[in-house]
Design a protein around this ligand. Structure first.
Ligand SMILES: [Fe+2]
Length: 214
């Protein structure tokens, strides 16, 4: 979970650019990380450069309390800050070869909401396939500590809904178009086995602490 502050920097990938091949190509990873994420980082810094009070806020605070910011910078902070937040989570949640299937408390929680892990996979991927336009599909923890599959448009996050992200997939065409063109369903099927369920479990534990503490 990104907890960074101004000035933002681009976190390095936790694996080599070609490590996710053949599911996600080296070329896609270079563009996605070095151009798209880097661009969001640079634009967020540019927006905040003369906003001294808000340089002290964490990235999560900027997104959660976005409507408390000066109106002229709200959209730019939401879009670029969301781009930094979502991509940092997304890249961290993949790993070469994947970690198999859900683990730990998250695995048990998934089975409480869905009959089987396969049913959860089907439900998650169906929401991702069906998303109109650009955005993300999340598994998130609700304020009442229930698992929810949510979609957000553009670079929006579930934070303003008081939901904590656990897992997400990038449904923007830039995430797959170089390799899969318009075949989002193929990209999603190839992405699923890359999920780092150990990181998802860490995110779940952090989300539980956060929701219990609010
Ligand atoms: Fe992306």
């Amino acid at each position: 979970m990104p907890a960074s502050q101004y000035p933002y920097t681009t976190p390095p990938l936790p694996y080599a650019y070609d490590a996710l091949e053949p599911a996600i190509s080296q070329e896609t990873m270079h563009y996605h990380h070095d151009k798209h994420l880097q661009g969001y980082v640079e634009q967020l810094n540019a927006v905040l450069i003369r906003q001294l009070p808000y340089q002290e806020w964490t990235l999560e605070q900027l997104l959660y309390y976005n409507t408390s910011l000066p109106i002229p910078i709200q959209a730019a902070v939401k879009n670029n800050g969301g781009g930094v937040y979502n991509h940092t989570l997304f890249f961290a949640l993949m790993t070469p070869g994947g970690a198999g299937s859900p683990v730990g408390a998250l695995a048990r929680a998934i089975l409480q909401e869905y009959s089987t892990a396969e049913d959860f996979q089907r439900a998650f991927l169906a929401r991702a396939r069906g998303q109109f336009g650009s955005g993300y599909t999340f598994l998130a923890l609700s304020p009442t500590c229930r698992l929810r599959i949510l979609t957000t448009a553009n670079q929006d996050t579930p934070l303003p809904w008081n939901c904590c992200p656990i897992l997400l997939v990038d449904n923007w065409e830039h995430a797959y178009y170089l390799q899969y063109q318009n075949r989002r369903a193929e990209y999603l099927q190839a992405w699923w086995p890359l999920i780092n369920w150990d990181i998802a479990e860490e995110n779940y534990q952090r989300a539980l602490l956060q929701q219990h503490g609010t």
